[in-house]
Design a protein around this ligand. Structure first.
Ligand code: THU
Length: 131
């Protein structure tokens, strides 16, 4: 997992954050070992901002990957960073409940959770019984 964290730290350097000045980096790991990186990208119309996690996941999806076994996220936070609710929901789309979310900060603190731990009882059309 060190390689994934290192990729997230490199992505952190690419953040476009002229408004919040709060950079975030993320990296996802595919089943065949490929890594896709993302950073947060802000916009003057603030709500158009996209988080690092979704940039990493969407880049991978564009390249044809629909499942990630892990995602690492880094921010310059006192404790390991915690991902926002929207990104947790997107994780449930492309990760299994037991897949791993690795949360870190620049000092090297690490916390690890499963996707299900971060978003219990999540919404999904995949197991919707009414079809
Ligand atoms: N941000 C992320 O990139 N990921 C998160 O999980 C939380 C928040 C970004 C969005 C915005 O550019 C900045 O951090 C401050 O909210």
């Amino acid at each position: 997992m060190d390689k994934l964290i290192e990729a997230a730290r490199k992505a952190w350097q690419q953040a476009y954050v002229p408004y919040s000045h709060f950079a975030v980096g993320a990296a996802v790991l595919t089943d065949d070992g490929k890594i896709f990186q993302g950073c947060n990208i802000e916009n003057g119309s603030y709500s158009m901002t996209i988080c690092a996690e979704r940039v990493a996941m969407f880049k991978a999806v564009y390249e044809g990957y629909h499942h990630f076994k892990a995602i690492a996220i880094v921010g310059d936070t006192h404790e390991a960073i915690s991902p926002c609710g929207a990104c947790r929901q997107v994780m449930t789309e492309f990760m299994q409940p037991e897949d791993q979310v690795i949360l870190t900060n620049l000092q090297g603190d690490v916390k690890q959770f499963s996707v299900a731990e971060l978003l219990p009882y999540s919404f999904s059309l995949k197991d919707d019984p009414i079809k």
